[in-house]
Design a binder for this molecule. Structure first.
Ligand SMILES: [Zn+2]
Ligand SMILES: [Zn+2]
Length: 951
């Protein structure tokens, strides 16, 4: 049970450190009492347990919780970021999955390191070296290839799964070396032979000095790469730390207990893993210190790793290595991201944190100004923003409040940290005028500025001065708050506000009857969604985005219907986990965004002026190019970690919440690390050791513990494997009975007429979907063609090998459905509709809806209501489909959207612009907006005048 003194200590420590099931002290005392009552030997008291945990934390390289005090005087605690990230290196479950180099995607873009942010990052911030057969090659150093060619690698990059480098060619001219730095060539790492140090010793040996031509001398001055000194002969990597921050309540009840929190994930891990709570790590919290104050501490820790790289055991190589940290992006919700970019937020005239578009009412209501809101404006940069903040501070030192406000309104820059100082400076200025009337305004101004820079060296957002980070560009648009809780929510309210109760009931009934197969969402509770229509959350809106289109006919006007259609089309694209063809994809996204904005304009033209979430959409293409698929920047996993944080908070005694919670989280991280087999330096420091077998086996053997830790083993169901019915539901029939429709069979299968076949409940598709009888699927017996259809039965031969999926094939039309713009599936298809395929030939599940609008299906069906798993005497109605031959393929389904587009002809999926001439359309809308708003302003002015006259 190493490093625990006993099994009982280990189990109690584990029990005490489950993130999702935290025990209060009385609970723990109760457990201990029960154990003692049962006569278990050596049961410790709670205090003894706490003492052991503290010792363990010191002994086993636990994460240190450090105290900080900000410039504003706030005290808070932060867990050592370097050790948090280091755990992923010394943990055998994660170490081998870490990717350290940017990669040129070989087809599919799915990860952070495929995207341009990392690929274009300053090579000094990326992993600078590559070790080949024990030789470390560094960027910016001379190296020799096997064929004798000299090169200088500039940037390591993986191309077609091979380590390569962009490099400068070096030629010999006379006795000199000339570096051709105007052109980069591609060099394969396997061709490298000698590194710079080798070349030096060879040259000394041969008494030939390495001398550069005059034009190339500045390169020579950078050799050897200074980072070699920091690495001290060990491998030196870069870790991408993704930092999330937000306001979180520390209470589970509705009463707010405000905290500002920072969590991080390790961006070098595959994105799929980062969706698991297990990989979210707590950094800091404080009820007092703002996220900017905490960010400063995080930045210091990151910067420190550049001076002293973190030394850690790498479980993947079995060697010691070092790493530096870089923060590539900041996922968060919109208000937080605004704050991180020193932006004024949603109430300013310039509402965009990323660009300078927008302005006063006169401008944004003009044709030009209105049109400009639909495009990316002049991009903000950290330099401009800093200059603006400094200018505001100067004016504040002068005591000019109104001028500062004016500057903030016109620029859209209002830095939270600076604002704190601005308020104090203005006060100071006033005081000085009173206390020192003899001083001139200029003298007072200098005194105020003097005071400011004595109080702080950085009176603004620390993220503006963070190597490798530009908060304007690196705050990727977030799907949950911008799309689901933004646009989908808006259209949902806008639609159902106008509905009568009977229309709402109709919608609920239709939605409840919708087929949710292939959507990978939990069962809908449509009645609930209508009843609590003003309190829906992300998952409801995600379902509505994909399904609403098929349920609103007859109860919605055309303009709103167009918005629902446009947002459905965009949503399916935005949730892509993988991107095959980046340029085509981004073009599609641009059209889909244009359609959402234009259709929205037709419903409510002023909305894009008032709400920043609409304009923000236009920045999505660049965000995807820079940071990869947007699902990778989703904040859901961080938000769900808030649940763990809240439990920590309610179990702390609230005297020192920042410290207590940080310590608790550090303890949980350590227990997690130990049971994962993660290593730590032994007391002497020479060896890195891991926990004993007993401790490590728990994670693999105990499913409950896995769930409690938020850990999902990386295991997909085997494609083609079957899911059995319960004994009662399973059906055995002869082949002739199953084969009444005369299915066309795979050539190598010829079942005997009287062989018995047993039915199964489900089959796993290639994509991992569990498909059942009635599921719509794509099946492909050979790569050249695919069937779309419905599973009629899943059966297996009782006496011999062989299992078959019986499918009713539908025909995919070449034209789109007139209302939904989705492809149509009709029956019968021109060739044999009855197909049997092997179980492994099922590719993935589809979502298909009946064409109820055309067939006027109504609520004529009745079925018993089920309560407490029993049929009651009460009945509920449902939509009864009028026929079984015309269906609509839901291309707005998010799940498998990317797989579906791979097999459909492009003519069926390529988005089509709603308006060819955007500008003309925007001019019309701007005119409407102007006239309604001018009218409204006039009416308001008149009302005010009348009121004043009345006084
Ligand atoms: Zn913008
Ligand atoms: Zn129908």
């Amino acid at each position: 049970w190493f490093p625990y003194p006993s099994k009982i200590m280990f189990l109690l420590d584990l029990l005490d450190n489950l993130p999702r099931l935290q025990l209060s002290r009385p609970h723990l005392q109760l457990f201990i009492w029960v154990l003692k009552e049962l006569g278990v030997p050596n049961v410790p008291s709670v205090d003894q347990l706490r003492g052991m945990q503290e010792k363990l934390r010191e002994k086993c390289g636990g994460i240190e919780t450090k105290r900080f005090q900000s410039d504003l005087g706030n005290i808070f605690y932060c867990n050592d970021l370097a050790r948090l990230i280091a755990q992923n290196y010394s943990n055998p479950h994660t170490a081998s999955l870490l990717q350290f180099y940017p990669e040129e995607p070989d087809g599919v873009t799915s990860e952070l390191w495929h995207a341009m942010k990392i690929r274009n990052m300053d090579p000094d911030l990326l992993t600078p070296m590559y070790r080949k057969e024990g030789i470390d090659f560094y960027v910016k150093e001379l190296a020799e290839l096997k064929d004798g060619q000299l090169v200088i690698p500039i940037r390591w990059i993986i191309r077609q799964k091979q380590m390569c480098a962009n490099a400068f060619l070096v030629t010999r001219e006379g006795g000199y070396l000339r570096i051709h730095s105007d052109e980069e060539i591609n060099v394969k790492a396997e061709d490298l032979q000698f590194n710079f140090l080798d070349l030096i010793s060879i040259s000394i040996h041969q008494m030939k000095l390495i001398v550069m031509t005059d034009g190339s001398k500045h390169h020579a001055s950078q050799m050897p790469n200074q980072l070699r000194d920091l690495a001290e002969g060990e491998e030196l990597y870069s870790s991408w730390v993704i930092a999330w921050a937000d306001d979180v309540s520390g209470n589970t009840s509705k009463q707010m207990n405000p905290h500002k929190n920072f969590y991080v994930t390790h961006g070098n891990l595959p994105g799929q893993l980062l969706q698991q709570e297990f990989h979210v790590q707590f950094a800091s919290t404080s009820p007092h210190a703002s996220t900017a104050e905490q960010a400063k501490v995080i930045r210091e820790m990151v910067n420190d790793s550049h001076k002293n790289p973190v030394r850690v055991y790498n479980a993947a190589t079995g060697r010691m290595c070092r790493f530096r940290m870089v923060v590539p992006n900041l996922p968060a919700d919109n208000p937080q991201q605004s704050e991180e970019s020193s932006h004024i937020g949603p109430n300013g005239n310039c509402k965009c944190r990323k660009c300078k578009t927008g302005g006063n009412a006169h401008y944004v209501e003009s044709a030009e100004g209105f049109h400009a809101l639909h495009k990316v404006g002049e991009l903000r940069t950290t330099e401009d923003t800093l200059t603006e903040i400094k200018a505001q501070l100067e004016v504040a030192a002068d005591g000019n409040v109104s001028e500062v406000k004016k500057m903030q309104t016109s620029s859209g820059i209002k830095d939270k940290v600076a604002q704190g100082w601005i308020v104090q400076m203005i006060k100071k200025n006033k005081q000085l005028h009173v206390s020192h009337p003899q001083l001139s305004s200029g003298e007072i101004k200098s005194k105020v500025l003097e005071w400011l820079y004595e109080s702080t060296d950085e009176p603004w957002n620390p993220l503006l001065n963070f190597k490798g980070l530009d908060p304007h560009r690196d705050t990727p648009v977030e799907l949950l708050h911008t799309i689901l809780l933004g646009i989908v929510k808006y259209i949902w309210h806008s639609a159902n506000q106008e509905w009568s109760d009977s229309q709402r009931a109709k919608f609920a009934l239709r939605l409840q009857s919708a087929d949710i197969g292939g959507l990978n969402i939990p069962p809908l509770r449509a009645g609930y969604m209508i009843q609590y229509r003003n309190g829906l959350i992300g998952k409801h809106f995600k379902a509505l985005m994909q399904l609403m289109l098929f349920q609103v006919h007859g109860i919605i006007d055309d303009p709103r219907y167009a918005v629902i259609k446009a947002i459905g089309a965009l949503g399916a694209l935005l949730w892509f986990p993988e991107i095959d063809n980046m340029e085509e994809y981004l073009e599609d996204i641009k059209i889909a965004i244009g359609n959402v904005l234009d259709s929205f304009d037709a419903v409510d033209g002023g909305r894009i002026i008032d709400k920043m979430k609409l304009h923000t959409l236009v920045h999505i293409p660049e965000d995807i190019r820079n940071h990869g698929p947007l699902v990778r920047s989703e904040t859901e996993v961080f938000e769900s970690f808030n649940g763990v944080f809240r439990l920590c908070s309610i179990h702390s005694n609230h005297q020192a919440p920042s410290k207590d919670i940080a310590i608790k989280c550090a303890r949980m991280d350590m227990t997690k690390h130990l049971i994962c087999g993660g290593r730590w330096p032994s007391t002497g420091g020479n060896e890195w050791v891991s926990a004993g077998k007993g401790v490590q086996s728990i994670l693999h053997e105990n499913k409950v513990i896995q769930t409690m830790l938020g850990w999902a083993p990386h295991k997909k169901p085997t494609p083609g494997s079957l899911v059995a019915h319960t004994q009662k539901a399973s059906l055995v029939k002869l082949w002739v009975q199953w084969n009444e429709k005369m299915y066309s069979l795979p050539s190598e299968i010829s079942p005997g007429e009287n062989s018995s076949w047993k039915s199964y409940k489900g089959v796993y598709s290639q994509s991992g979907d569990e498909c059942r009888e009635g599921s719509w699927v794509v099946a492909s017996p050979n790569p050249s063609f695919q069937y779309m259809g419905r599973i009629m039965a899943i059966i297996r031969n009782c006496n011999g090998p062989g299992a078959l999926i019986l499918i009713k094939q539908y025909h995919l039309s070449s034209i789109l459905h007139p209302f939904t713009n989705c492809p149509v599936l009709s029956f019968p298809p021109p060739d044999n509709p009855w197909i049997a395929v092997h179980t492994k030939d099922v590719l993935f599940a589809l979502n298909v809806q009946h064409d109820c609008r055309t067939w006027k299906c109504d609520d004529t069906g009745l079925r018993s209501l089920i309560q407490e798993r029993e049929k009651t005497d009460r009945t509920v109605s449902f939509i009864e489909h009028q026929e079984d031959n015309t269906f609509i393929l839901n291309i707005f389904a998010v799940h498998n959207a990317c797989r579906l587009r791979r097999i459909l002809p492009r003519s069926l999926t390529a988005p089509v612009p709603l308006h060819e001439d955007h500008y003309k359309f925007h001019c019309q809308i701007a005119e409407q907006v102007r006239s309604t708003r001018t009218g409204r302003r006039q009416a308001n002015a008149e009302r005010r005048a009348a009121k004043n006259a009345g006084k």
